[in-house]
Ligand binder design. Structure first.
Ligand SMILES: Nc1ncnc2c1ncn2[C@@H]1O[C@H](COP(=O)(O)OP(=O)(O)OP(=O)(O)O)[C@@H](O)[C@H]1O
Ligand SMILES: [Mg+2]
Length: 309
């Protein structure tokens, strides 16, 4: 089931928490919704799940609009809210039964469905405990089970691994990947590695505005406007090496690396490569080029650059 976010705006008083954003999510896609604290992720998700009305714009889930058919949308969507309010005094099983009834699952099917969720979400050992007695990771699993119980086609997960330990993060990620094979998923995070590990496509928002949309590779390429090389050159005078490099017309900037002695960092001019000219220079001068490594732009740098202002 596709999701269409169309010129969505949400104002809180004078603040535009979400400011005229549009994007589509295709059926079966797992979309990472990335942005720093306060970017507007939770607000957007609350509107998509139709728990909150937009100030302007619309969201369609399949053929239904959050403005016109919010009840229909709530039934089709599984939602793991940011602050997952679970009933602490209820045993896991009872809580799942409560949610299943609320979601309108036929009474005859509730028991089977709970059993399936217990298996899918790895809750066998904990199912008789009260929710308040569970560790954070297991509470999060109950939150996921709750979001999945009516077998929705669309899943909206607001920071599903926030506050979990590294092992639990890996397990929840695997679980989301497994679930994501059959459903349309939007998953928010402010951690880049998180969305890179689970999502084929990433949207980045900052201060309510969309600032990037693409696969991790596309985002990387987009930022990689300029070539960066690390080179090590031996058997030459150090000053001569730096000055000669600076005179090459493919090169914009040359500097010693701060990370390792004798390592030089080269930034090429836009749309130029310095690989050949550096090699030819070394040959002419009789220097020995012992290392030439392209520096990959890290997705972290891109995220930083896009969300700094
Ligand atoms: N109920 C509200 N009333 C007033 N302002 C709000 C309300 N909810 C959110 N905001 C503001 O809207 C902006 C976006 O908040 P939102 O919770 O959507 O961000 P977020 O991207 O989910 O951030 P985080 O990563 O911290 O969860 C923030 O500046 C926040 O203070
Ligand atoms: Mg949030």
């Amino acid at each position: 089931m596709d999701i269409f976010v169309d010129r969505l705006t949400k104002r809180y008083g004078a603040q535009r928490a979400v400011d005229d954003i549009s994007f589509n999510v295709k059926a079966g896609e797992v979309l990472g919704f990335l942005g720093p604290n306060g970017a507007g992720k939770t607000t957007t998700m609350k509107i998509i799940t139709s728990f909150m009305k937009p100030t302007a714009g619309d969201v369609k889930v399949g053929n239904f609009s959050v403005l016109q058919q919010p009840d229909k949308i709530r039934k089709m969507i599984g939602y793991l809210p940011e602050h997952n309010a679970l009933y602490e005094d209820m045993p896991v099983i009872d809580y799942m039964k409560f949610v299943a009834e609320m979601q309108g699952i036929i009474p005859g099917k509730i028991k089977d469905r709970i059993y399936e969720m217990v298996i899918t979400c790895g809750l066998e050992g904990e199912k008789h405990k009260k929710i308040g007695e569970l560790s954070k990771g297991y509470k999060q699993r109950v939150g996921l089970a709750q979001a999945l119980i009516h077998n929705p086609e669309v899943l909206i997960l607001d920071e599903p691994t926030a506050g979990l330990d590294p092992n639990q993060i890996v397990e929840i990620r695997e679980l989301i990947k497994k679930i994501g094979r059959e459903k349309t998923v939007i998953l928010s995070s402010h951690i880049l590695a998180e969305v890179e590990a689970t999502c084929a496509r990433i949207i980045i928002i900052n201060k309510g505005k969309l600032v990037a949309d693409g696969t991790p590779d596309e985002l990387r390429k987009h930022a990689q406007g300029r070539e960066m090389l690390r080179v090590t050159i031996e058997d030459g005078d150090k000053n001569d090496i730096i000055q000669s490099l600076q005179h090459l017309d493919t090169i914009d900037m040359v500097d010693w690396s701060s990370s390792k002695a004798d390592l030089i960092e080269i930034q090429s001019r836009p749309d130029m490569s310095s690989r050949r000219s550096v090699f030819v220079l070394c040959k002419e001068k009789g220097w020995v080029l012992t290392e030439m490594t392209p520096v990959e732009t890290k997705l972290e740098d891109i995220f930083h650059e896009l969300t700094m202002n």
